[in-house]
Design a protein around this ligand. Sequence first.
Ligand code: NAD
Ligand code: WQD
Length: 342
Amino acid sequence: MSKVKVLVTGGTGYIGSHTVVELIAAGYEPIIIDNLCNSSAKIVDQIEKITGVVPVFQQLDLCDEQATRDFIQEHHITNIIHFAAFKAVGESVAEPLSYYRNNFYSLINLLNARGSRAVNFVFSSSCTVYGQPKQLPVAEDAPVQPAESPYGNTKQIAEEMLRDLTKVNENFNVISLRYFNPVGAHASALIGELPIGIPQNLVPFITQTAIGKRESLTVYGSDYNTPDGSCIRDYIHVVDLAKAHIAALEALQLNKTTNYDVFNIGTGKGISVLEVIQAFETVSGEKLNYTIGPRRPGDVEQIWGEVKKAEQLLGWKAELDLAEMMRSAWAWENYLSEHPIV
Ligand code: NAD
Ligand code: WQD
């Protein structure tokens, strides 16, 4: 029997590449589109090293309407996991138009390209839509707060756009996954996060500091109203997150969800910045050079997800713990220092 094809946009990126590996393991045929603006074609070779399969890869900018339409039609695509987007919060504040342009043109072109074909669509959303929730853990029905950044706004508007479209297209089914904080790398250490320039996110900053690429990590604030004074997040292992996409795709295929549905994807546990550092030091045996600095503007104090809905409806639950997140992130940083990818 021929394998079910799944288009993975942004499939050479951080979360996309891990999802391609899990799709192959689950018996699907992933087809990657990426314009490589934030990743490398070498990731396709890394995927082959892990899986023994060379996935179809097309370097294509989804902002190119004609090329996107031709590709979707040529490959008879009916399953799409859409990761491709710009994702740096600070950059989006400095360059809002480039974020609105890239994240909306790519989504709209992809949706237009499907024509009238029945399509299952999994969208990468973010817990950023909740802002600072009033109640924790935050559930999917909590109010969406005014976005703090153009990046966050692209996620909110994209969710609305997708919901509106499902109302008038019965054969278009969407699941938006609201990721909490994805961290870690594949157990093989052959793929992981590839931050370009100075990392903005905590875990790559920790591993780059420990390996000597950065001098010191600044902990942004120790005077929050949390047990140790540092901010709290729901860190989710990227491999668990990748598997959530397969669960979502299967739920769509089996009509287990409404034709537009939203799920939190996290562990359901809040972990502080200082606890992340402690866990990293324990698994790596490295003493991390860090100082306590002022708060970072725009940071929410604490957030973690209510994750029962994904467990009940998608049959998915995070399995990997903080130690494994740190171990794999550290193994990947060490691999990269010997095998630079970009
Ligand atoms: P990433 O930058 O590693 O991957 C995105 C990929 O999309 C990159 O390979 C990039 O080259 C590609 N891309 C961007 N614009 C494109 C375009 N116009 N045409 C074709 N390819 C394009 O990011 P990631 O961390 O893997 O994130 C994937 C998705 O998940 C994004 O939509 C992001 O907003 C969302 N998300 C990420 C996080 C996170 O912390 N990493 C959290 C919540 C949501
Ligand atoms: C985590 C914690 C920082 C760096 C961002 C986006 C969000 C989503 C995930 C896409 C915070 C602290 C960080 C450092 C630190 N992405 N920190 N020193 O801000 O929770 O979420 O990525 O959708 O939209 O906003 O993640 O990794 O930047 O920060 O102390 O050098 O680590 O203050 O408490 P964040 P992060």
